[in-house]
Design a protein. Sequence first.
Length: 130
Amino acid sequence: MKKFPEINFNIVLLILAVLIAIGLPAWKEIQGTGEIRGQVVDTEGDPVANAQVRIREKTLNLIKDGQIVTTDRNGTFVFTEMEMIEFIIDASHPNGTASVENRYHTYFSGQDFELPEPVVLLPESERDNE
């Protein structure tokens, strides 16, 4: 019978530790930092400053309380350190306009995500039709 060479357990642990030490930072870099970003615009497509953007996590059986950020002068917003896979975003402005709820899905928790289209603020009469 052919005999297999003996493997030193300490060497196996050392190799495994090195692979983990190299792989974890690379995995985190690929995965992202959990930034979810986008822009709020009006019906003309112009950026809306000072809009309140709300994000809420959607689970299998409920929608959790969310976080709110305010858009900058370019209408952009960023949520940081988000660990959501399924979420809902909507926005409102003190002038009475608001968006419809938009639902999004990432592939894994902590993934960076940019909304594929801007969040559009509509007058109440137009939101009822959405």
